[in-house]
Design a protein around this ligand. Structure first.
Ligand code: BG6
Length: 469
């Protein structure tokens, strides 16, 4: 079987992780420009000031993407390039950069798939309460509208937010992302609600503009499975799915929060401040959402914590996705299992978990249109006689694309796959050590680009539309 004709083979990046040019052409300062420079916050003090210089080298990068046969490029817009202070004046130079990038993609027939928010927030908003303040929600709606009007004639695929769970968990519970708060439970839930609301406002605006494209959101997809058949562990896995998946997907796809979580929040005094009007807004826009983007790297293997374990303060080192952390409410923890396979960074490799998770999504949300907006292997790529022989990455993507194919065969409505990442880039917490790209960047040689083995492999997969998978 070949992948259907309207299925997009793509790859992804994010502004802060690739662009660099952090203070050029009128761009405002962002939360990450500051946070990454606080000692101890990032791996070996790395930051995105230069990143892989995509801002200046986008033409070369897009040409390489075209050579690879890429059908679609998912990238994010840096809000602070468009509106430097978050909700004030528009910076024409920022508009110009993304116009150029979009046009460059279109020149080669590459479909731009644009994320509006991949974690870099203009500093004045960050300093005014970040996502706990509805000022940020309203500012986002304005920024989204500016982008729709500037780019919507050519961009027909929009993602409002990337992985709300990650920037909220790491920002308000673990202290590993800005604003760097720890165990701020109330703020955490408030921030998630304000993001869902911002998403709803943007979706509503987009539909009003009648640009006839599609809009959705991207969430982490980390389905939870019990480590065994014991009742308390099964309970823990269900509990984890409510907090880690349904809390994030339900307000978008069903227009309401899961009652199971709402009841617990009420008991604990953690219910976000919201109005009836806001809740109605979620309800009214749920049907307008066109798709759900899923970023899948690994499932969660879950075990119940016995006794009265309390949530603990989590450092940057155990905020990098490796299992072993307790949930914020002390109910369960994620664990590594002996019979599973893990990457060098301790992330489980499981295409089966991917497929089972997709079935779970279909069961709960029906026929919703899905894109895999990220999936890939973080590795230290082997270099043999000057060639980047990233065979493990090929294997990883191959297994996961096979799962996608099976899912499509089962009637799951999957319309595209975006490997993370198109090019080696800056990992928020792992620096440049953890590579994901099809294109290698030589940090010892003026950031020169080089094609990896996976580049040629992915090109072949796209050319043959995955027939051999
Ligand atoms: C996703 C993010 O969570 O995972 C990306 O959307 C990120 O921005 C990717 O780079 C991989 O994470 P890490 O920690 O391995 O670099």
């Amino acid at each position: 079987m070949k992948f259907p004709k309207d299925f997009l083979f793509g790859a992804a990046s994010a502004s802060y992780q690739v662009e660099g040019a952090w203070n050029e052409d009128g761009k405002g300062v962002t939360n990450w420009d500051i946070f990454s420079k606080i000692p101890g916050k990032t791996f070996e003090g790395t930051n995105g000031d230069v990143a892989v210089d995509h801002y200046h080298r986008y033409k070369e990068d897009v040409r390489l993407m075209a050579e690879m046969g890429l059908e679609s490029y998912r990238f994010s817009i840096s809000w602070a390039r468009i509106i430097p202070d978050g909700d004030g004046e528009i910076n024409e130079k920022g508009i110009e950069f993304y116009n150029n990038l979009i046009d460059e993609c279109l020149k080669y027939g590459i479909v731009p798939f644009v994320t509006l928010y991949h974690w870099d927030l203009p500093l004045p908003l960050e300093e005014d309460g970040s996502w706990t303040n509805k000022r940020t929600t309203n500012a986002f709606a304005k920024y989204a509208e500016v982008c729709f009007k500037a780019f919507g004639d050519r961009v027909k695929h929009w993602i409002t937010f990337n992985e709300t769970i990650v920037f909220c968990t790491l920002g308000y519970l673990n202290g590993a992302h800005p604003p760097g708060l720890v165990n701020a439970h109330k703020e955490y839930f408030q921030a998630t609600h304000n993001v869902f609301l911002a998403h709803a406002l943007a979706v509503k605006k987009y539909k009003e503009l009648k640009q006839y494209g599609e809009i959705g959101i991207t969430h982490v997809f980390s389905p939870a499975f019990s480590v065994d058949g014991q009742e308390d562990n099964l309970f823990a896995a269900n509990h984890a799915n409510y907090y880690q998946t349904y809390w994030y997907y339900d307000p978008i796809l069903k227009g309401e929060y899961p009652q199971y979580v709402l009841d617990a929040l009420q008991k604990k005094g953690l219910t976000p401040d919201w109005t009836e009007e806001e809740l109605r807004m979620l309800k009214d826009t749920a049907g307008l959402n066109d798709f759900m983007g899923l970023n899948y790297y690994q499932p969660a293997r879950v075990e119940k914590i016995q006794g009265t374990a309390k949530s603990v303060e989590i450092s940057r080192d155990n905020s990098t996705g490796r299992p072993g952390n307790p949930s914020f409410d002390g109910v369960y923890k994620t664990v590594m299992m002996e019979d599973k396979v893990y990457t060098k960074w301790g992330w489980e490799i499981s295409a089966e978990g991917f497929l089972d998770g997709l079935r779970m999504i279909k069961e709960r949300y029906g026929d919703v249109k899905l894109y895999i907006t990220e999936n890939g292997l973080g590795d230290e790529d082997p270099v043999i006689e000057d060639e980047i022989m990233d065979v493990p990455r090929i294997k990883y993507i191959e297994e996961h694309l096979k799962a996608v194919k099976t899912a499509i065969g089962e009637g799951i409505n999957l319309k595209g796959y975006y490997a993370w990442s198109v090019i080696d880039l800056l990992s928020w917490l792992n620096g440049y050590k953890k590579q994901y790209g099809f294109i290698y960047v030589d940090h010892k040689n003026n950031l020169a680009r080089k094609k990896k083995l996976s580049f040629h492999w992915y090109k072949h997969i796209i050319e043959t539309r995955g027939e051999e998978l």
